[in-house]
Ligand binder design. Structure first.
Ligand code: R5P
Length: 324
């Protein structure tokens, strides 16, 4: 571990996350990992410039990126930083991306649209040692990365299930249904259900309009698959962006006779605020992968899972053991 250094921008929200990783490794493994500073600035026309303040020659660098940044800046910073680190003779470069942006577009759902998750993979992967992220929108995105750049997709469910149990958020797991708001998230919902000791799963079939791109593709049809009558429901999703998916799901669940509603989305962007969500749910939970601040929703710390992954990637211990 003596060659390992963490790197983050002290003026970004990733700094606190990186400090938590260092503290965890120091406390639980008795290993000190230095945290180095990346300085980021812009020219007057908004071109990005950056500088690593200390020598990183022959170091194994783990860069912790701020997922709450403007996605375009987030992407360009990765490209420039990789260039900087390889030029500065770092021995290896690992990107730690708590929320992998540009992942929602992982297939060509109609003609003449980009597969953004692939474009990201192809642009950032050359020269990297590995990538560590969490709750990827779809796990097959790993296939966009070449075999010499492994991608560790961590899962937040152990931390969330622990939080829910320790804080008695849900009174009875026998009366609980864990629900995915789309068909693609059923495996994720199953992992949560298993860890909570709950036997009931459900999902919502969601169809979006084919017209439009990005946000203009409205949800046209939702069909509930599973029984929620007189049950409490925990919805789990990868992203809470506007919150529209969760609020629509809440409407459908109430009409179908559900009792209490809880929701968790790993990457909490909350681009439309939190008011509507708080009206619809007894508890709104997210993780700190998007560095959410404020106490209007519950933020569950997952930095220790990244710390374990970094430590184990170096020592050769199993990472998947964390999720068994
Ligand atoms: C979609 O496929 C994702 O898994 C999320 O459900 C979606 O991105 C959430 O977006 P919003 O909160 O804007 O409905």
């Amino acid at each position: 571990m003596d060659k390992v250094v963490l790197l983050a921008d002290p003026n970004s929200k990733a700094w606190d996350f990186a400090c938590k990783i260092c503290d965890y490794v120091q406390k639980t493994k008795d290993v000190f990992i230095p945290l180095r500073k990346l300085s980021v600035n812009q020219f007057r026309n908004n071109e990005i410039d950056m500088h690593v303040l200390e020598n990183i020659r022959k170091k194994e660098v783990y860069f912790i990126h701020d997922s709450s940044k403007n996605p375009q800046e987030w992407w360009v910073e990765l490209l420039l930083l990789k260039d900087l680190l390889l030029n500065a003779s770092a021995e290896s470069v690992t990107f730690v991306l708590p929320n992998m942006l540009y992942s929602r577009k992982d297939r060509k759902e109609k003609s003449r649209v980009p597969i953004s998750a692939r474009a990201l993979a192809w642009s950032i992967s050359p020269g990297l040692k590995r990538i560590i992220t969490m709750d990827l929108h779809a796990s097959q995105i790993q296939g966009f990365y070449p075999e010499n750049v492994p991608l560790d997709n961590l899962y937040s469910f152990p931390a969330v299930a622990k939080y829910i149990k320790e804080n008695n958020i849900i009174s009875s797991f026998e009366n609980l249904v864990v629900l995915s708001p789309d068909a693609g998230g059923v495996d994720r919902a199953k992992s949560f259900a298993q860890r909570l000791g709950c036997n009931s799963l459900a999902f919502i079939y969601k169809r979006r309009t084919t017209e439009g791109i990005g946000d203009s593709r409205q949800i046209e049809e939702t069909i509930l698959v599973g029984d929620v009558k007189d049950k409490d429901v925990l919805i789990v999703d990868d992203i809470i962006d506007s919150g529209g998916t969760l609020c629509k799901a809440a409407d459908l669940l109430k009409k179908s006779g559900a009792k209490k509603l809880f929701c968790y989305g790993t990457h909490g962007l909350f681009t439309n605020g939190t008011e509507e969500l708080k009206k619809n749910f007894d508890k709104v939970m997210t993780s700190n992968t998007n560095h959410r601040e404020g106490d209007d929703v519950t933020v569950i710390d997952v930095s220790h899972l990244f710390a374990e992954a970094i430590y184990r990637a170096q020592t050769g211990e199993s990472i998947s053991e964390l999720f068994r």
